[in-house]
Structure formats: structure tokens, C-alpha cells
Ligand binder design. Structure first.
Ligand SMILES: *Cc1c(COP(=O)(O)O)cnc(C)c1O
Length: 442
């Protein structure tokens, strides 16, 4: 098709410019949504509750065949027409199908569902949680800029901050995220971004998000919260004033331990440049993976309700047992931030950590004697997963460093699945008996 160069341009369009979405003069719309292409609106769902939104939002029913559910649009490229050229010229490339790294209907569908769960103007899927984190951070940082975070963040994120940001001429401070005064004291005139995990691994500390947002407003900083452990069921970070929320969708969002994916969500104003950063880093999500993620998300509300309930019940059960030294769970009154957790969170997630008597020897044997939880890293799947932080997520640390961040001998991390809670408890009871018989619980 021939491009019509004489067509009138929308307001804000500067003739002769190649505009990126980040410097558009026009008003930003939520999305991108499939309705941009087919005119169908999902706005009636905006007021719906979480299960309804998880099932219906973003779903694209094929108008040609009537097939229910978003098809897998397994194509790398799309037929060009005048609309595509205009979209490129007018900086609307994010709103038109051109090439699948830029956007694909399977991505848009699941993104709309995720945006709805996060109550975000716009959401983006990535090929991994790390792709979401690196693209989001790099789009908000610049050479010479400073970022504040905590030491007990996800290992991949820590290595990216510690090794790469410094190489790009940026600076990072690691502070105790439970100490808001320490966070404020770390702010300099170069600080741009506060990056924290809503619930940390493996000690399940809670980020004081309301205070962090206040600091960000006071000093004009951007906040990024990794809400992987909380999930949008338990935390609406954007409603609390956070700028960008990121997730490893490999965990609770997908929920079936069969996919690697990431998500970032926030205002269109911030998500458009993050999209531009993703185009360069290249971490876009494959259409088949989008289908799996969208399918997993349909039961998101049901799964998370079961994870929350099971974890609360198991945490209470473990806290009563003689074999256990200490249980870490924000839903327990014994958690040092329980009151704040109740204020920020709506449910305390499916992650429970605990220290067993008998130290690392007993914890190692426990993982072998339990029959239900799979011994594997990762979390948030329907099946319970168990791991030992000292030889998985924190394996790079020396014993003294482990103690420094509060990881004691015998610490076990459990991602409580959606199995029947009585079966999980009975499994622990039989395992404790075996450990007693073997005399390791000292
Ligand atoms: C797993 C995880 C990540 C990394 O996500 P991937 O999907 O593995 O890239 C980031 N942050 C947290 C808190 C995680 O648990």
C-alpha cells in the first residue's frame, strides 16, 4: 500500500520528527488494548471483583470463528498498511501490530488482564522477571544516577545492581529496608530510584511501602516495588502510590511452575519508556508463553486464596510444634511487622519460612523426609516447594554474611501449595517423627 503523507496528523505531532512514545504531546490512553484494534471495550469489568477480572479481562474471543479464549498468535510479523506506517510516524508503534517484539495480540490480551489485576493504566509482559526488572530500572535511571535498595533482594537483582549498574556509571546503596530513617539518610541529590521487594526472601520482611512512597514524593524520586512474593491479590502497590510494580510472573501469577515470564505495570507515562527499553534489551514474551500465562491467571484469585489460607494455617501449626525454633510469616502476631503487614497487605501470601531444631543437618533431612513438597527453588506454584536458602537463593554468601542478614542455621523456606492443608500437616507430622527417630532434632 502507498503511504499518504498528506493525511492530517494528530495534535502534538511535530512534522519531520521521528517521535518516541515518551515525548508525545498527546494525551495518553490506558493500554494498549485489543479494543484499539477491534473496538470491543472491557470497561464494564473495571468495577468487577478480582476473580471476575482474572477470568474475563483482556480475553479476546475470535470474531471469525467464535472460539472462546485468546488464540495463540504465533507470528513474528504483521502485514503492513497505511495505519502501521502512521503508527510508526506518530509514535504509536506500541499501539499497532508491526513486529512481535514490539507487540503481539497474545501479549496484549494477557497484559490487559494483568493491568486490571494491578489496577494499572498499562502493563507489559517480559521474557522473565529479570527482564522486567532490568528494563524498568534502566528506563528510570541515567548515567551518574543513584539507586537505593536493600541487601536481601532477589539474587539476580542484587547482582545486576552490584555488578552492572556500577559499570554503567551509576551508584547503588544497600540499606535495611525496615529502617525508613536509614533509607532517608541514604538519599543524595543524585538519587533517582527506590527499589524494594514488598515481601523479602527468605525472612519475609515487609517493605514500609507507605513511608517509602512519602519519601519518594518528598525528594521527587521514583519507586519500583518487586511484588512477586505478595502478588496483586495481597498488595495493590500502585494504589499505595508506587510508580512501577514488577513481578516474576514465573511465580504466583502463572502459578503452575511451567513458565518463565515477567511483568511491569504502572502509568502509561512510565510504561511507554519501559516498553522502549524492552525493545532494546529484547526481553519480550513469546506468544505461546503469553497464552500459558493468561490461562494460569484465570484461576489467580482462587489459587491465591488457597495459598493464603494454607500458609496461615501451616504457620500457626508450625509455631506450636516443639521441633520448630521460629516461624517467619507476616500473618502471625509474632512477626515483628505484623501490624504494618495488616495495614498494607490483604492476605499474607503462601510463603512460610521457619528454623528447625538441629540446624542445617535437620533441615536437610526434613526436605528428604517430607513427601509432598518438591525440593526445588522457585515458588508460587500449585504444588508445595521447599528449599534451603543457605544452598539456593543465598548460596553465594559466607556463613558470617548469612548471619548478618538474619539467616540462621536450620532455616527452611516453604512455598505452600494448594494441596489440602490436612495432608500437608500430616506430612510434617510423619517427617518430624522420622527426624526424632534419627536423633537430629537437637
Ligand atoms: C524469581 C524472582 C525474580 C526473577 O524472576 P525470573 O522470572 O526468574 O527472571 C525476581 N524477583 C523475585 C522476588 C523473585 O522471586
Amino acid at each position: 500500500m502507498i503511504k499518504d503523507f498528506n493525511k492530517p496528523r494528530p495534535e502534538g505531532f511535530r512534522t519531520g520528527d521521528r517521535v518516541w512514545p515518551s515525548d508525545l504531546g498527546r494525551k495518553r490512553q490506558a493500554g494498549p488494548h485489543m479494543s484499539f484494534q477491534v473496538g470491543e471495550q472491557h470497561s464494564h469489568l473495571n468495577q468487577a471483583n478480582i476473580n471476575t477480572r482474572a477470568v474475563h479481562c483482556g480475553q479476546y474471543d475470535d470474531p471469525l470463528t467464535g472460539a472462546v479464549g485468546t488464540p495463540i498468535f504465533q507470528s513474528s510479523t504483521f502485514i503492513l498498511n497505511d495505519e502501521s506506517y502512521d503508527a510508526i510516524d506518530e509514535g504509536r508503534a506500541r499501539e499497532h501490530f508491526i513486529y512481535s517484539r514490539y507487540g503481539n495480540p497474545s501479549q496484549w490480551s494477557v497484559q490487559e488482564k494483568l493491568a486490571s489485576l494491578e489496577k494499572a493504566q498499562s502493563a507489559m509482559v517480559f521474557s522473565s522477571g529479570m527482564a522486567a526488572i532490568t528494563s524498568s530500572v534502566m528506563s528510570l535511571m541515567e548515567s551518574g544516577a543513584h539507586l537505593i535498595t536493600s541487601r536481601d533482594i532477589y539474587g539476580g537483582t542484587y547482582h545486576f545492581f552490584h555488578e552492572d549498574l556500577e559499570q554503567y556509571g551509576m551508584n547503588v546503596s544497600f540499606v535495611d529496608l525496615t529502617d525508613i530513617e536509614a533509607i532517608e539518610a541514604a538519599i543524595t541529590d543524585k538519587t533517582k530510584v527506590l527499589f524494594f521487594e514488598a515481601i523479602t526472601n527468605p525472612l519475609l520482611k515487609i517493605a514500609p511501602i507507605k513511608d517509602i512512597v512519602k519519601l519518594a514524593k518528598k525528594y521527587k524520586l521514583r519507586t519500583i516495588i518487586d511484588a512477586t512474593f505478595a502478588s496483586p491479590m495481597n498488595l495493590n502497590a500502585l494504589e499505595l502510590g508506587v510508580d512501577v510494580v514488577v513481578h516474576s510472573a514465573s511465580k504466583y501469577l502463572n502459578g503452575h511452575s511451567d513458565l518463565i515470564a515477567g511483568v511491569a505495570a504502572g502509568s502509561r507515562k512510565l510504561m511507554d519508556p519501559i516498553w522502549g527499553q524492552m525493545l532494546k534489551f529484547g526481553g519480550s514474551l513469546d506468544p505461546h508463553a503469553c497464552f500459558l500465562l493468561e490461562r494460569g491467571l484465570k484461576t489467580f484469585g482462587l489459587r491465591l486464596k488457597a495459598h493464603n489460607e494454607n500458609a496461615q494455617a501451616l504457620a500457626e501449626f508450625l509455631e506450636q510444634r516443639d521441633e520448630i525454633v521460629k516461624v517467619y510469616y507476616p500473618g502471625l502476631p509474632s512477626h515483628p511487622q505484623h501490624e504494618m503487614a495488616k495495614d498494607i497487605l490483604d492476605g499474607f501470601s503462601g510463603m512460610v519460612s521457619f528454623e528447625i531444631k538441629g540446624g542445617d543437618k535437620a533441615s536437610a533431612l526434613l526436605t528428604k523426609t517430607l513427601k509432598l513438597p518438591r525440593l526445588a527453588t522457585s515458588l508460587g506454584g500449585v504444588e508445595s516447594l521447599i528449599s534451603l536458602p543457605h544452598n539456593t537463593s543465598q548460596a553465594a554468601l559466607m556463613k558470617s554474611q548469612l548471619r548478618e542478614i538474619g539467616i540462621n542455621d536450620g532455616l527452611v523456606r516453604l512455598s505452600v501449595g494448594v494441596e489440602d492443608i490436612e495432608d500437608i500437616k500430616n506430612d510434617f507430622i510423619q517427617a518430624f517423627e522420622q527426624l526424632r527417630t534419627q536423633g537430629v532434632l537437637k
